[in-house]
Design a protein around this ligand. Structure first.
Ligand SMILES: [Zn+2]
Ligand SMILES: [Zn+2]
Length: 254
């Protein structure tokens, strides 16, 4: 079964989310054979649109299950209040835990590339993974977002990427989170899914559940390259994927 559990209806805040926009997203999903579509706007945008329009779209497209989530940028303590609010949302199906910055430096912004010059590659990966591990151990998340996103501008570590990821993988295993196979890396300079194949295989060896996502930021981008993510999961040995309803995980056939 094909699912897309990481999408951004409100994009980066410049889009007004309404029923029409959601219908366009669901139509793209339906055309690709996606059975579950998760809406997971960035945390600061979660309350930027009225969730009441979800019901009308659900009635119109019973063949695509619409799930409601949020992508939390784990980091500054100021977000803790927001996380507490998300945990109390009755309609919340799942929460993605992601890291997009290190000490205030947004390593995924194209206009902050000079920040990479300050780091020795392995130290950069360790700093990123240690932030992610803190987020995982915090305990609010269901899915870990784009696990090795620190590679997006193709800054590669010197040592084995799997070894560098091991502490966070152990935390994910302990805390029972799910790892998404996020196809959006194929649209970035690194031109590779998150996480890379060797890490997906390590997840399989550790019995960590996975799900699939495009990280699409517009209706046209829903499900983009999802077949690549699915093939990577299959190649690693996965035959089941995780879906979420009201923060309960349900495994379905891949
Ligand atoms: Zn993200
Ligand atoms: Zn995202």
């Amino acid at each position: 079964m094909l699912v897309d559990y990481h999408t951004h209806p409100a994009c980066h805040g410049e889009v007004q989310v309404n029923e029409h926009l959601l219908v366009r997203m669901v139509e793209t999903a339906k055309a690709l054979g996606i059975k579950e579509l998760g809406l997971s706007d960035h945390d600061r945008l979660f309350y930027s649109w009225d969730k009441e329009c979800l019901e009308a779209v659900r009635r119109e497209f019973p063949e695509v299950k619409l799930r409601l989530g949020v992508e939390v940028s784990y980091g500054p303590s100021s977000r803790l209040e927001l996380i507490r609010r998300f945990l109390q949302e009755p309609e919340m199906d799942y929460i993605i835990c992601s890291v997009h910055s290190i000490d205030g430096w947004s390593f995924d912004e194209v206009d902050q590339l000079e920040g990479y010059d300050r780091w020795e590659p392995d130290e950069l990966y360790r700093a990123y993974y240690s932030n992610l591990e803190r987020g995982v151990r915090h305990g609010f998340g269901d899915i870990v977002g784009h696990l090795d996103v620190i590679k997006l501008f193709d800054y590669r570590p010197k040592s084995d990427p799997v070894k560098l990821a091991m502490p966070v993988l152990s935390a994910i295993r302990e805390r029972g989170l799910t790892v998404e196979i996020n196809a959006n890396g194929l649209n970035k300079p690194v031109r590779e899914i998150y996480p890379e194949q060797a890490i997906i295989e390590q997840c399989f060896a550790m019995d960590i559940p996975i799900t699939l996502s495009s990280d699409g930021h517009s209706p046209e981008d829903i499900g983009r390259h999802l077949n690549v993510a699915k093939e990577a999961a299959w190649k690693a040995g996965y035959r089941r994927i995780a879906t979420f309803e009201k923060r309960r995980r349900l495994m379905v056939q891949l």
